[in-house]
Design a protein around this ligand. Structure first.
Ligand SMILES: Cc1cc2nc3c(=O)[nH]c(=O)nc-3n(C[C@H](O)[C@H](O)[C@H](O)COP(=O)(O)OP(=O)(O)OC[C@H]3O[C@@H](n4cnc5c(N)ncnc54)[C@H](O)[C@@H]3O)c2cc1C
Length: 354
């Protein structure tokens, strides 16, 4: 059988793209090595305004409604929720931080995403907020590990999943097809997350992977019922369980959790509260995000081998970006519609043509 598409990697990118193509009637096969993946570790936070500069995620007005709609559709299809709305309170670091937020708050472009400023002492729940705080609106989290597992089970049921590492040396590119062992397809789509840096056809693109550590903890003390952020975030999951994350490290890259990261997270969390929270850490995970130089994903076909395509570079915003951009790639592959200029691989063709 000739598959329309073989997808390499079943993290969030490969899973959602597979679902979109399958729903559109394409014959697909997904190959995943079972390596640890960012998607199975991520907290899946969706936050429209982030960082020290309080900037809106590029194209948020397009990304957010698409993400909400797709997670709702997936929830209905599989009869279980994957996305959970949860308010997020950001505590100001200092006066300068507060002033930057105030500036953004007055910008009409931000009015849908930045809520009321809270004076010092208004955060309650034991939070230490000497400079006040602000509600970020339209926030929540995606249970991305559960979503990947659910799509994995569906693919297995349809004989559309193979657990194996794709060996690049075994890929044979013919004029119109690609072969990998006994499997033949019109196109291979690489969704390997940060491991793309080992891919001989796409490794020269400007990848900047970053390691992140996350703790899973339990407490009997009372926690705020919303997400709290000041440098790091605390995500309450109910019954005293919460996740605490995340760190960023570019060198060295490792999927092994680091003691330094753990100490940093615990110290930052302690500073969020007026009194120490009594807690036990039940898990510590590390993963690698597939970041890019311009912080935008990269998708489309290789200029010399159009039978090879890529869908990658979702950095720390996979939960928000993958739903919309998977539709764009689907429409590009199945209907020849152009890809948005800020994400198309053509912006880096010069790196791939020599
Ligand atoms: C600590 C941490 C916290 C994060 N927090 C958030 C967050 O709050 N919100 C958010 O939106 N995003 C977050 N992210 C980012 C998010 O996880 C990523 O954007 C997203 O998961 C990337 O998905 P992906 O499918 O591209 O890569 P991955 O999830 O890494 O999946 C790649 C898959 O490809 C497979 N693979 C690789 N090479 C091969 C091969 N040769 N053959 C077969 N299979 C292969 C791997 O086994 C893996 O399953 C976080 C990431 C980390 C690490």
């Amino acid at each position: 059988m000739i598959h329309d598409f073989i997808i390499i990697g079943q993290g969030l990118a490969g899973s959602i793209l597979a679902w979109q193509l399958y729903q559109a009637g394409a014959k697909i096969l997904v190959i995943d090595s079972g390596y640890p993946s960012a998607s199975r570790i991520a907290a899946g936070l969706v936050t429209p305004v982030t960082g020290k500069r309080w900037v809106k995620t590029k194209h948020i007005d397009l990304l957010l409604p698409n993400a909400n709609a797709l997670y709702q559709r997936l929830g209905n299809h599989f009869n279980q929720p994957f996305f959970f709305d949860k308010p997020l309170l950001r505590l100001f670091q200092d006066e300068a931080d507060k002033n930057k937020a105030l500036q953004r708050r007055h910008d009409p472009d931000y009015s849908a995403y930045l809520g009321d400023i809270q004076p010092p002492g208004a955060a309650h729940h034991g939070l230490d907020d000497p400079y006040g705080s602000i509600w970020i609106q339209q926030t929540g989290y995606l249970a991305s590990a559960i979503l990947c597992e659910t799509i994995h089970n569906q693919l297995v049921q349809h004989n559309a999943h193979i657990k194996e590492r794709l060996e690049f040396a075994r890929v044979r590119i013919d004029q119109n097809h690609v072969r990998w062992g006994p499997h033949k397809t019109h196109k291979i789509i690489f969704c390997e997350g940060w491991r793309v840096i080992q891919n001989p056809w796409f490794q020269s693109l400007p990848w900047q992977p970053s390691q992140g550590d996350i703790l899973t903890c339990h407490t009997r003390d009372s926690l705020p019922p919303f997400i709290v952020n000041r440098g790091v975030w605390v995500l309450p999951l109910g019954k005293g369980v919460f996740r605490l994350g995340a760190t960023y490290q570019w060198h060295p890259l490792d999927e092994q959790p680091s003691q330094t990261a753990r100490n940093h997270l615990l110290k930052q969390m302690a500073q969020m509260f007026k009194h120490p929270i009594r807690m036990t850490c039940t898990g510590h995970q590390a993963g690698i995000r597939p970041n890019t130089l311009d912080q935008q994903p990269i998708m489309g076909c290789h200029p010399r081998f159009p039978q090879l395509a890529i869908f990658n570079g979702f950095g720390s915003k996979g939960g928000l970006q993958i739903p919309y951009y998977s539709q764009c790639l689907r429409d590009f592959l199945l209907a020849g519609q152009p890809l948005p200029t800020h994400v198309t691989i053509t912006r880096y063709y010069d790196r791939l043509t020599h």
